[in-house]
Design a protein around this ligand. Structure first.
Ligand code: NAD
Length: 481
């Protein structure tokens, strides 16, 4: 297995980045509002390039992880991107339109409009877990909104980053789209550039550093962060549907998914049978974990060690650990593969109940009533996603109305993320702002408010000197507002 020296990768220099940003800004200023046909052409060539290089992307990602099934890359990256581009091509012309806005009657006969405008140069910093999707989905929004973009992908996926740089370099000039490869040093310099908007996807801790760097330039940020996403299982849930959906959400990409169910809350009496059912289903999905092309490896030794540490800490503090399959532990470690592992008898002092897990370990925590579950969720940081399984619609609506999370899937995990007509983003420590579809277009546009005065305006009645006529006019305005 190839080891990556993350420190060795600092390739784009600060001077390179400054110069690309200057070039992009000059090019933008020369053409500050590209028409729809140019934006559409950009989206079409992006779609074609991703399609033409699909197999290379699958291969690069698999090699970066150690293993990831090509099908998984198709499901969670390529199809999502093509869906995003298709949706943008269908709707962006409409989103670009100047909208009429009402004008308060006291200002009649003036009129108002909202004019969406490209912002300029968008910075995109992306993580390693879905390295293509999480770089390209923001790019779709940025290009659809008429901007130029600079992308800093993760140092953990160097093959994918190099390939993405090469492929985007064949269809875009450096002053349109630029990929800055490198490690944390490059990322840090990148986040200090005076972009017109910066979209960061990654951990909450790095998100704080990036937001502080952006604040120095007053660069507005969209922060797509992580956290512990709860799953509440109601007694009305259909367990035959619930179990495979949770296993799938937790084992896709070996749980290295920002919206993977982090832990489950359910009545204590059902935990044992549910845990057994999870293990059985995982073994059905993956008859072996070691050597199985369908099962993704953990991205790096450090993350593998982090997951082992979470388990060891939980076990030392009295948790019960059930591991799917009976693979040889040394072989699993060699391949950095972690089978689905159900953790019960947890206590709040365990690290696994405090940190985002970001791997296929699933604590199942007793919670007797909906009120118990909701007050547990509300006592924690606001999560990126929340899942509720059940058939009782009243309880479902209480969960929707009374809990705060970035997004929700009901009777499912994760799939709300790929719906282009709803916003994708976190809230509080799980993020700030949102994108996808029109929400991405809006995030990367300036919605300019425009007021058009009429030649018949009565505004002159408010000009000084203030007299009795002014007071009459003010009284009239008070009455009609
Ligand atoms: P990370 O925060 O370590 O890194 C993300 C990016 O930030 C990388 O490109 C990295 O080079 C860059 N970076 C690192 N240090 C930096 C610094 N000091 N200044 C500027 N940039 C810096 O995250 P990760 O390990 O790549 O990804 C996992 C995390 O991302 C998890 O917390 C997960 O929940 C979250 N995530 C969120 C979403 C979402 O859409 N909300 C999606 C995927 C992952």
């Amino acid at each position: 297995m190839v080891r990556i020296d993350l420190k060795e990768q600092d390739s784009a220099s600060g001077a390179d980045l400054d110069s690309v940003l200057a070039k992009q800004r000059t090019a933008f200023n020369a053409r500050p509002n590209p028409p729809w046909n140019e934006r559409k052409a950009n989206l079409q060539k992006l779609s074609k390039a991703i399609e033409d290089h699909a197999e290379e992307f699958q291969k690069a990602i698999s090699e970066d992880f150690g293993n990831r099934a090509y099908e998984e890359t198709t499901i969670a990256e390529l199809l999502v991107i093509q869906g995003g581009i298709g949706h943008a091509i269908k709707h962006t012309k409409h989103w670009m339109r100047t909208r009429r806005a009402p004008t308060a009657i006291q200002y009649a006969p003036a009129s108002s409009r909202i004019v969406p405008q490209p912002l300029g140069v968008i910075g995109i910093i992306s993580p390693w877990n879905y390295p293509l999707q999480l770089a390209i989905m923001p790019l779709i929004g940025a290009l659809g909104a008429g901007n130029r973009a600079m992308i800093k992908p993760s140092e953990y996926t160097p093959r994918l980053s190099d390939l993405m740089k090469r492929v985007l370099g064949t269809i875009f000039s450096e002053d349109e789209v630029y990929v800055a490869t490198g490690g944390v040093k490059v990322a840090s310099t990148f986040s200090a550039l005076a972009f017109d908007h910066l979209l960061f996807t990654g951990s909450t801790s790095v998100g704080k550093i990036v937001a502080a760097a952006a604040a120095k330039n007053l660069t507005p940020c969209t922060l797509e962060l992580g956290g512990k996403s709860p799953t509440i299982i109601d007694e009305s849930a259909n367990m035959a549907l619930t179990v495979p959906r949770i296993v799938n959400g937790k084992t896709l990409n070996a749980g290295q998914t920002c919206v993977a169910p982090d832990y489950v809350l359910m009545p204590a009496a059902k935990i044992d049978s549910f845990s057994e059912a999870l293990i059985n289903k995982a073994e059905e999905f993956y008859p072996t974990f070691a050597g199985n092309d369908d099962y993704t490896s953990i991205i790096a030794d450090s993350h593998y060690a982090r997951l082992q540490d979470l388990l060891e800490d939980a076990e030392n503090k009295g948790a019960r650990i059930r591991v799917a399959g009976d693979d040889d532990k040394q072989q699993l470690a060699k391949e950095r593969r972690v089978p689905l592992t159900v953790v019960t008898n947890t206590t709040p002092d365990m690290k696994i109940m405090q940190e985002e897990i970001f791997g296929p370990l699933l604590p199942v925590v007793p919670s007797e009533t909906l009120d118990d579950a909701m007050s547990y969720v509300q006592s924690k940081d606001r999560p990126l996603a929340l899942y509720w399984f059940g058939e009782d619609k009243k309880k479902r609506d209480r969960v929707l109305n009374e809990t705060i999370s970035g997004g929700v899937s009901i009777n499912e995990t994760a799939w709300h993320v790929v719906q282009e007509d709803i916003p994708f983003g976190g809230v509080g420590p799980s993020g700030m702002g949102a994108y996808h579809g029109e929400h991405g277009f809006n995030a990367f546009s300036h919605m300019k408010g425009v007021y058009l005065q009429s030649r018949f305006s009565q505004g002159k009645a408010l000009f000084p000197p203030y007299t009795g006529k002014t007071h009459k006019m003010l009284n009239l305005m008070k009455k009609i507002i």
